[in-house]
Design a protein around this ligand. Structure first.
Ligand code: ADP
Length: 489
């Protein structure tokens, strides 16, 4: 499927009469964590492709297993435990690789392959990620895994940006030789292979810049590039990306090397309960209308009189809690202190309070976890994206809770846009012969381009931001006790 996808894209571009000879550099975005197992001897197939035939016809015999494990697989709980135990526990693994073990991460997936299909593992000469696999097709030999996507494997020492011997040994024997070397995301993987020059008339000097994962590419597409930048994506699931200077390990969320710089980190939080949970409460409390939902939100005061809610329509990842709604009232909360205040569990809120508790709850959780990862408070700027970023009332709550300006982007598809920007970035670094920050490309030009973010709401009052910090502290305490009581640890 991955191979056929590249055939299809190129055929469609050819039909559109694109002049391939004008393309100076290509990069791309692959689903994070997915892997491809190349069979012994397959690099020879890659380097001797026949330009008269589509790619699909030539790779039938290239893989030791035809199915790619992808992020949706969650069958590796046992392997996650093995790996965590072997390195000294989940927090040690997070310190070492940027995340505790996760079922979808490539290391646990490889361990499972090694344990359940040893013949596949033994006959594999190279394991690529989806990103490095696509780059390999384009250069006609095995491309390196880039540092940022490599951090989604539980195998890379995140500080050294090199394979961790400890993690490799905990995963499968002889693994390092099957993974090849790592490379920075902005570096060049190679020149485009003769197959594409002959078949599509690409320029033979067209550069292939390392591909990376979809989330790192989204960060590049949203023009996040310096510490203190934060993006909040309110889609089917909610995600938060930020750039930090330091690595503060945590059991929740993920840390990857910054995909557009040689120093610093990209942190990422994922929430399963995003827009579908908001829709559920809108349908129940707000006549199935975002307009009514917004009115209810506006008619309630910030801080919601100390009402706090936890809404998990689906099993939540952050925090790891099962389906369930939990509501608490912090009687007497005025925003000046939580000292001595004890929360009281309640079975329901009136509809306006329910709507505010839902929105404030999610945003307070995002703020708390982002700060724990070392994001400054307030962030330098916040870029909101995803379906719910069309809702200015929700954006106003973001500005009040985080205390920073909130911007929106003009273009969707930030992952593919980010890959194109990274191709240009890699090309520029290659031409200069040294690394240049990505903002160099759009400095002074951003405002005139469609990459420019638009200011949607200005930062909220800092006094209110401090009051929210108190409510956030209380929320974190309640969250901890819920995880202790009900959590999947
Ligand atoms: P995906 O993550 O699947 O790409 P989108 O980013 O397109 O999803 O977001 C889709 C969601 O946006 C819908 O489920 C819908 O609930 C939500 N949405 C759309 N408009 C609004 C609005 N005005 N207010 C709040 N949420 C909205």
């Amino acid at each position: 499927m991955w191979v056929e996808a590249l055939d299809l894209v190129l055929q469609r571009l050819k039909k559109s009469n694109l002049d391939f000879g004008k393309i100076a550099a290509i990069s791309g975005s692959g689903q994070q964590h997915g892997s491809v197992f190349w069979k012994n001897g397959s690099e020879a197939i890659l380097s001797t492709l026949d330009p008269k035939k589509p790619l699909l016809d030539q790779f039938g015999n290239a893989f030791s297993i035809n199915e790619s494990p992808i992020w949706m697989d969650s069958s590796t709980t046992e392997q996650c435990k093995d790996i965590e135990n072997a390195v000294g526990g989940p927090m040690e693994l997070s310190k070492l690789t940027g995340s505790r073990a996760h079922e979808r991460f490539t290391g646990p997936q490889i361990r499972r392959m090694y344990q359940t299909k040893p013949e596949v593992y033994d006959s594999t000469e190279r394991i690529s990620l989806v990103s490095s696999f696509m780059a390999s097709l384009l250069i006609g030999s095995y491309a390196s895994i880039d540092h940022t996507d490599g951090a989604g494997m539980n195998l890379m020492d995140i500080k050294q940006r090199a394979w961790s011997k400890k993690a490799l040994e905990a995963t499968a024997p002889g693994l390092e030789a099957k993974l090849g070397t790592l490379a920075p995301a902005h570096s060049v993987a190679g020149l485009i292979s003769p197959y594409f020059v002959e078949r599509y008339k690409f320029d033979k000097d067209c550069l292939i810049v390392h591909w990376s994962g979809d989330n790192p590419n989204s960060l590049a597409g949203l023009t996040l590039n310096t510490p203190g930048d934060l993006a909040i994506s309110l889609g089917t699931s909610d995600t938060v990306f930020g750039i930090t200077a330091e690595h503060n390990p945590s059991l929740e969320g993920h840390v990857f090397p910054n995909p557009v710089d040689t120093s610093g980190y990209m942190v990422m939080l994922c929430y399963k309960n995003g827009s579908l949970t908001r829709e559920d409460i809108r349908n129940r409390c707000a006549e199935k209308s975002w307009e009514v939902f917004n009115k209810l939100l506006q008619q309630t005061p910030p801080l919601n009189g100390g009402k706090l809610g936890f809404y998990y329509k689906e099993h939540e990842i952050l925090p790891p809690l099962p389906v369930g709604f939990h509501r608490y009232a912090l009687d007497g909360f005025k925003g000046d202190s939580v000292e001595g205040l004890k929360e009281r569990e309640v079975s329901e809120f009136d509809p306006p309070s329910e709507v505010r508790a839902l929105i404030e709850g999610q945003l307070l959780s995002m703020r708390a976890h982002a700060e724990r990862f070392g994001m400054p408070s307030p962030p330098k700027r916040i870029i909101a994206t995803g379906g719910a970023s069309a809702n200015t009332t929700i954006l106003s709550s973001i500005a009040s809770i985080f205390g920073s300006n909130v911007y929106t982007v003009q273009r969707p598809d930030s992952a593919s846009l980010g890959a194109a920007l990274r191709a240009a970035h890699g090309w520029l670094c290659n031409r200069k012969g040294s690394f240049l920050p990505i903002w160099f490309m759009y400095r002074d030009k951003l405002e005139k381009s469609s990459l420019n973010c638009k200011l949607a709401v200005t930062a909220g009052d800092q006094e209110l931001v401090a009051k929210y910090a108190l409510l956030m502290k209380k929320r974190v305490e309640i969250e901890k006790s819920l995880v202790q009581k009900l959590g999947r640890l």
